[in-house]
Ligand binder design. Structure first.
Ligand code: FAD
Length: 391
C-alpha cells in the first residue's frame, strides 16, 4: 500500500509521498476508466507497506481472483447484452429491400431488416450466446455463494464447479463479447461502424476483457492443467459432468431427443479427448497439451453452454406448455405475438434449440481438430514468421 501522503506519528498528513503519475494511457476503449503509469521513489523517499507476508503476494491475490474474473465475465455479458438489444431495436426499424419471398415482385415494399433470414440469424446467434453467457455467470456466482455458505460434500462440489467454471466464464464470455459486439455492428451495416450509434463503443470497450485479469491464453492453460488434467481424479470435471448428466435425465420426455443427443455425444467426445490428453501428459508430450489449451477451453465452453441451454429448454418448454396449451399453427403464433410472457418463453426455447441443434455442432469439429494432433504449430520456429518489421 503506497499512500499519497506521508503520515506523521500523530496521524496527521505530512508531505506528499514520492510517487507520481507519469502518463495517462490512450486506449481503444473503456475511456471512463483511466489507466496510468506510476513512478515510485524517483527521489528515494517513497514509503509503502507490504500487505501480508513477504513472498505471499500471489497467494493472497488469488483470494480475490475468482470474484475478479467473474466480474470480468459479468462485464462481458453486460456489453454483449446491450449490443444485442440495440441491434434488435435497429433491425426492427431499419427498412431495406423486399422480403426474400417477394423478390420476384417489382412492386413489393421494403421490409424491416429483421424480416431478412440472415439478419434473423445474426440476432438469434447473439441471443443464444448472450443467454449462455448469462446462465454460466449466474450459475458460477450462485455456486460461489453455496461454497461459502454450506459444508461437506455440497460445499466441496460447489467449490469444484466454481474452480472449473471460472476460466470458462472469464475467457468464454470475453471471447464471445468481442464476437457478439462485432455481430451487433454487422446488423447495423455501415452505421454500426459510426459513432452515431452505440455498438462500436461497446465493441471497443469489450476488447480489454480478454486481456486483463489473466489473458485468455493463461485462462486456457489454467483450465487444461490445474483444473482438468492435474486435478486429482479429475474431480472438477466429474462434478461438471454429473450436473450435465442430471440435466440430460430431466430433459428426457420433456424435450425432443434431437436436443438431448448432442449433449450425450458431446460428453463422450470430451471423455475421448481427455483420455488422449492424459496419455500425452503421461508420455511427456507437453507441447501437444499446451498447443491444445485454447481449443480445449473453447470446446469446454461450448459444452457448458449447450448444457445450460438444455437445462433452460427443459424449464421453458414446460412453461410454454402451461401458457400456450393446445394452441397450434396460426393461432399459436397469434397468441405468442400478443402475449409478452409467451413471447419471452418462446424466445428462450428457440434460442436454446438454435444453440444445441445448430451452433453446438461446431463443437464436434473443434474436438476433431484437436484430436488430429497436427504438429505444424510445434514445428513452427520463430524463423518462419518472415516479413515482420524490425523493432
Ligand atoms: C486498460 C488496462 C487496465 C489494467 N488494469 C490493471 C490493474 O488494475 N491491475 C493490474 O495488476 N493489471 C492491470 N492491467 C494489466 C493486465 O492485467 C495485463 O496487461 C495482462 O495481464 C497481460 O499481461 P501483459 O500485458 O504483460 O501481456 P504478456 O504477459 O506480455 O502477454 C502477451 C501475450 O502472450 C501470451 N502469453 C504470455 N505468457 C504466456 C505463457 N506462459 N504461455 C502462453 N501464452 C503466454 C498472453 O496470453 C498474451 O496473448 C491492465 C491492463 C490494461 C490494458
Amino acid at each position: 500500500m503506497v499512500p499519497k501522503y506521508h503520515i506523521k506519528p500523530d496521524g496527521s498528513l505530512g508531505k506528499k509521498n514520492d510517487v507520481v503519475c507519469t502518463g495517462v494511457e490512450h486506449k481503444m476503449g473503456i475511456h471512463g476508466s483511466p489507466t496510468c503509469s506510476l513512478s515510485f521513489g524517483d527521489n528515494n523517499e517513497c514509503l509503502g507497506w507490504l500487505m501480508g507476508k513477504e513472498r505471499e503476494g500471489m497467494k493472497i491475490m488469488f483470494q480475490m481472483m475468482n470474484e475478479a474474473r467473474l466480474q470480468c465475465s459479468n462485464q462481458a455479458l453486460a456489453l454483449s447484452s446491450s449490443a444485442y438489444l440495440h441491434s434488435v431495436s435497429y433491425a426492427k426499424n431499419r427498412k431495406q429491400m423486399p422480403h426474400v419471398m417477394k423478390l420476384q415482385d417489382p412492386g413489393a415494399p421494403s421490409v424491416a431488416i429483421i424480416e431478412h433470414p440472415d439478419v434473423k440469424r445474426m440476432l438469434l446467434l447473439q441471443k443464444a450466446n448472450v443467454e449462455a453467457m448469462r446462465m454460466a455467470t449466474y450459475l458460477t456466482g450462485y455456486n460461489l455463494d453455496v461454497a461459502h455458505s454450506s459444508e461437506g460434500e455440497k460445499a466441496k462440489e460447489a467449490e469444484a464447479l466454481v474452480e472449473f467454471m471460472i476460466p470458462i466464464c472469464k475467457a468464454g464470455n470475453s471471447d464471445l463479447a468481442w464476437e457478439m459486439t462485432s455481430e451487433a455492428i454487422q446488423v447495423y451495416g455501415g452505421y454500426g461502424f459510426c459513432c452515431d450509434y452505440p455498438v462500436e463503443q461497446l465493441a471497443r470497450d469489450a476488447k480489454i476483457l480478454s486481456l486483463y485479469e489473466g489473458t485468455n491464453g493463461i485462462q486456457s492453460i489454467d483450465l487444461i492443467t490445474r483444473k482438468l488434467l492435474m486435478n486429482r481424479d479429475q474431480y472438477n470435471y466429474n462434478v461438471f459432468k454429473k450436473r450435465i448428466q442430471k440435466t440430460i435425465e430431466e430433459a428426457k420426455g420433456v424435450v425432443d431427443y434431437k436436443y438431448i443427443s448432442p449433449l450425450v455425444r458431446g460428453i463422450d467426445k470430451m471423455d475421448e479427448l481427455i483420455d488422449v490428453l492424459m496419455k500425452n501428459l503421461a508420455s511427456g508430450r507437453l507441447m501437444q497439451i499446451f498447443i491444445s489449451a485454447t481449443p480445449v477451453r473453447q470446446a469446454m465452453t461450448m459444452l457448458a453452454h449447450a448444457w445450460l441451454h438444455l437445462w433452460s429448454m427443459v424449464l421453458c418448454s414446460k412453461k410454454m406448455k402451461e401458457l400456450v396449451g393446445p394452441l397450434k399453427g396460426e393461432e399459436r403464433d397469434k397468441f405468442i405475438h400478443e402475449n409478452n410472457e409467451a413471447a419471452f418463453y418462446s424466445g428462450k426455447v428457440l434460442a436454446s434449440q438454435y444453440y444445441v441443434g445448430a451452433y453446438f455442432q461446431n463443437y464436434f469439429g473443434k474436438i476433431e481438430s484437436i484430436l488430429a494432433e497436427e504438429t505444424a504449430i510445434i514445428k513452427s520456429t520463430d524463423a518462419i514468421f518472415t516479413g515482420a518489421p524490425e523493432e
